[in-house]
Structures are given as C-alpha cells and as structure tokens.
Ligand binder design. Structure first.
Ligand code: PMP
Length: 290
C-alpha cells in the first residue's frame, strides 16, 4: 500500500508521522472517512467540503485548495489500484513543542490512506443490530461541537466501550438533555408510519453525508422526512430503525435497550433504502481512472 503524506507517497512501513505532531499529542486535527465504489469516489466533494468546514471551526489552515485535496484523494486511490475501498483522509496540526499551543506548529500534515474497511460482520446487515443507550453523553456543542470531525474521538470511543461491555456492537448516544444524538460512528434514523425521522444536528449529530443522501432518497420515494428531537421512547416505538455512515453504509437495527423494534427484523422501508443506496453508490462519484 502507498500512503500519501504531504505530497509524497511512502510504503506502509515508511509512512510515519512525528511523535511531536499535535495530532498525536492532543488529537489536534481533523479527518474524513470516504468510500470508493466501482472505481468512483462517492460524494468526494461533500467530504472535502466537510473537511474544510471542520478545519475552519478549529482554526486550522489546510495547506491545499479544495481541488488539490480532491486530486490527492483520487490520485492515492489510483496509486493503489483501488476500485472498491475506504479512504481515510486526515489533516493534523503538525509538528510542535510539547505544550498544547498550536502556534508552535508550523505546518499541518495531510495524510491519505486508501484501504479497506468492514465495520460490522455481514450477519448484522441481514438480521439487524441490537444496540443500547450508554452513560457517556455526547459532547456538548458549546464545548466540542460534534459537527467537527476531529481526531479526538474519545467521547465516541468511551460510548463504544460501554456498548461492548453491555454485549452490543453499537451505542446510542444521548445529549445532555436526554435527547438522542447519534451512534458512535453513525447517524440514527427511525421510521414511524410514512415518516422518516432523524435527530437534528443541534442534538449533537455529525452532518452525516450518508444521512443527507438517505434523506434525499427517502423524499424521492415519497416518504416525509423530518428532524425532530427524539427520545428513547420514540426509538422503542418506531416501526423500523437503521444507522447510516460511510463505513457502515445502511445497517438495520432490530433491538434497542431490550425493546424489539417493529417486527424484530429489518423492515421493508429499510431494505428498500439499502437497495437504492447501493444502486446510487455504484453509478455516481468522482472517477478514479479518468
Ligand atoms: N456520526 C459520527 C460520530 C461519525 O463519525 C460518522 C462517520 N463515521 C457519522 C456519524 C456518519 O457520517 P458519514 O455518513 O458522513 O460517514
């Protein structure tokens, strides 16, 4: 595998970042997870836009333009012969001193890794996930806004550990008011009748790119789509539930905190949206090979 670091490609064993990089010392940096399907990078522009938006929020000046960043992602895929894959793009604050002041970091580092990912075993896509709410509350947007896709994922990691300790693969994270925010690496949707509902971004959700795509597909299918605050009660009494994310794609949920959702198996609307999403990912995106 060839890894892009600051404009050059390195073999895996030589792809290294300094221990003085504040991305490592403090989680000071941002990232994106992107997928390629059928030799195209899916929703590349949206991912790069979100990367620049995260950078702006943490006052980090990316040393490249949008176009250069898009080209770096596509070139790294081409360099690695990627047709279907998962791309990790990160921008760290760069090398500084041991103090946390980012002013000591002279130049951000840009890394692109084009590899593979399988977030959940295939059986969960067929049968659905059993998930639980966990004690760790989603970061306050007035503290570290969950809209920023930062390299500091401890909030999510703690929730993931709590889910695992409870025998589950994924956690529902609530915000400090007790409303549903999202899962540790995915947005959450429920279906109630012909209404598709997902928490508003103000509840502490990431501006999920898959979330946006699914909302568009649902509207085109004649569903009404809304973003109200949701409580656990709303989840328990949903007809269907699923999660969305670039890595996880669309994954059905059949149990939440011991309550069976709908019929206890992936519902027809979820299955239909999965099929539509697959079709869309297969035919759209930034071509890797011209
Ligand atoms: N929420 C969180 C916390 C995430 O990290 C992600 C990305 N893995 C998502 C939601 C889903 O976002 P996207 O659809 O843009 O991948």
């Amino acid at each position: 595998m060839k890894i892009y670091i600051d404009g050059q490609y390195y073999d895996e064993q030589n792809a290294k970042i300094s221990v003085f990089d504040h991305g490592l010392l403090y989680g000071d940096g941002i990232f994106e997870g992107i997928r390629a399907y059928n030799s195209r990078v899916f929703r590349l522009k949206e991912h790069i836009d979100r990367l620049f938006a995260s950078a702006k929020a943490i006052l980090l000046t990316i040393p490249m333009t949008h176009a250069e960043m898009m080209a770096a992602v596509v070139d790294t895929c081409r360099e690695n012969g990627v047709k279907d894959g998962y791309i990790r793009l990160l921008v760290t604050r760069g090398i500084g001193t041991l103090g946390l002041n980012p002013r000591t970091c002279k130049r951000p580092s840009v890394v692109v890794i084009a590899g593979k990912i399988q977030l959940y075993p295939e059986e969960y896509y067929q049968n659905g996930l059993d998930i639980i709410t966990v004690p760790t509350v989603r970061n306050l947007h007035s503290a570290l806004n969950p809209a920023i896709k930062s390299l500091n994922y401890l909030n999510n990691i703690l929730a993931k550990i709590e889910a695992n300790n409870g025998g589950c693969e994924e956690a529902v994270m609530l915000n400090s008011e007790g409303f549903v925010a999202e899962c540790t690496g995915d947005n959450l949707f429920i279906l109630k009748g012909r209404q598709l509902l997902t928490p508003p971004l103000s509840a502490g959700a990431l501006y999920g790119i898959t979330r946006g795509v699914v909302m568009d597909l649902a509207r085109e299918s004649g569903l009404s789509v809304a973003e109200p605050n949701l409580t656990r009660y709303d989840l328990f009494n949903a007809d269907e539930c699923f999660l969305t994310g670039t890595g996880a794609e669309l994954i059905p949920v059949v149990k939440i905190d011991g309550r069976v959702i709908g019929e206890g198996k992936p519902g027809p609307v979820t299955r239909d949206l999965v099929a539509q999403y697959r079709a869309l990912t297969n035919r759209t995106g930034e071509p890797i090979y011209g």
